[in-house]
Design a protein. Sequence first.
Length: 369
Amino acid sequence: MSRNEEIAILKEIAELLNEGTDSKTILAEVLKKLLSITGLQTGWIFLIDENGGHQLAAKAALPEALASNHNQRMCNGDCWCVNRYNNGRLNKAVNIIECQRIENVILENAGDTAGLTHHATVPLRAGNERFGILNVGSPYKTHFQKDELALLEAVAFQIGTALKRIKLTESEQETALISERNRLARDLHDSVNQLLFSLSLTARAGREMTDVVEVKQTFSYIQDLAQEALGEMRALIWQLKPQGLENGIISALSGYAEMLGLTIEVKLTGISSFPEKVEEALWRIGQEALGNCKKHSQTTHVSLVLNRNSDFVKMTILDQGCGFNYDENLELPSFGLKNMKVRTQSLNGTFLLKSEPGKGTKIQIKIPI
């Protein structure tokens, strides 16, 4: 491959990467483009977190044996290239002799590998930050030349730089979102909240100034509505601006439950600190679950159990209220429950809901650390 051809390839891939804002979308497009213009046939990208866990972020033309059962062999278990990356020994593009995942397929006679036995492995990085690995190969290709590895290294650096850009953009967007939430919370507190408080006082004054029973009842009804709206507004402000979260998730959820008029029993085991994103998810999920207890359980008593170890955090919220019919094989019955599940799964966690009429409701989430 000539120098001009390499430059053209890098230019095409750079244009794709510069346009993208969603990491998984651009990884799939770049992998497809890379295989198309280099003549290689198969590829996949693993994103690897700081704990060494990998996820299959993009794939192209995987052999049937690797793609079966929703890419199960690619998503589970270790392999030599991931282990080398996690051990800090994968610093440049290298030939990996015999893919462990493919070797396992052959040993187990578990399906067709379409002639794929080897692949090149390249770390995805930008400066000192590492994001994962790019693997590419072709049937019966057992070695990559130096110029091929150099090109793959250049492409991998472009991908790593794009991933860093997206990560920074997402961080900026999250900061802007928090700022906007805080602004909206202040506005609601200073305007709508004060108006509702004034309405409640006016209704009480009107009730005391009249002797007409019907008018008293009307003012009492208005005052009750204003008080209820104030409670809803305070809950909304809490959701927009998690006051007390700086003192920890337990303090925040306990305060939120108290604000809702719930009696909460809290038990914490293990380590009490959490990564920022995990703590934010626990806070939002806990708010939703406690809000559901207030609205639907017909009880004011709820228990919260939080367990944290070096591998995961598990939060369980349980009430002994009225419960409801729920079949785990069917779709979740409310937007709030769906939102809790989405938040949990966005952090690669698991969401469990159990409820029966007269036996209360249990919500349990488990998020890897």
